[in-house]
Design a protein around this ligand. Sequence first.
Ligand SMILES: [Zn+2]
Length: 253
Amino acid sequence: MRLTGGKVKMIVFPSPLIIAALLLGAAILLWLQIFPAARPASIYYGYPLKGTRIMIDPGHGGIDPGAHHNGSFTEKEIVLAVSLELRRLLQQAGAEVTMTRETDEDVSRHIPGDPSSRYQRDMSGRVKLINESGADLFVSLHINYFYDTSIRGAIVFYNNSRPENKLLAEAIQKNINPVVAVNPRPDQYIHQEIKEGDYLILNRATIPGVIVEMGFITNPDERELLRQDRYRQKLAQALLIGITEYIYGRKES
Ligand SMILES: [Zn+2]
């Protein structure tokens, strides 16, 4: 056929298979919107953490950005986002959750009238809130930095004064490792080991707890991951499962 001018219009009808796939996709999205509980925590039946009290300490905040990239991408923002997601997941699992901070603020106001520096009051404030929380355990969330930008990965720090600390550190490290070991490169080193840590919060806490360094802001690959909501959710899910495994390990022993 020879076209002698004008436009030829074609109407394409999608195949029934494509229509069925689109309908199925829409149904799944609708299901997740209506039943958010069908998302991560649904791997558990009922409320596995009912009766458990957890304290989350998002590091830094307010005038203290923590580690940062070019001053604009900050540790305080990342750890708060992961902490809020972790709180949501823990509450879905039935836990009672308290936090040292829920917004972009430091914690120094909890130590009024103390002549020490704001930084010291901030750290003492966190210890005070943790020790007065009545919680079964605490997790203090941080982001790491290092001059060697090829270094990445997660390190859970614990104080060896009580065996629970190491058990909690191991449970969290085990679950966070598959998350941080994504897309490894031969020229990078990915931390995946727990370490003893000499930190004020760990040394002065009267309940079991750990510091979780969830990644290195100085590594370009990990930095890009840490910007993503989906990656932050994966970190929070790993923390949830680590905490749950620790709690159940305690109950069985
Ligand atoms: Zn930090």
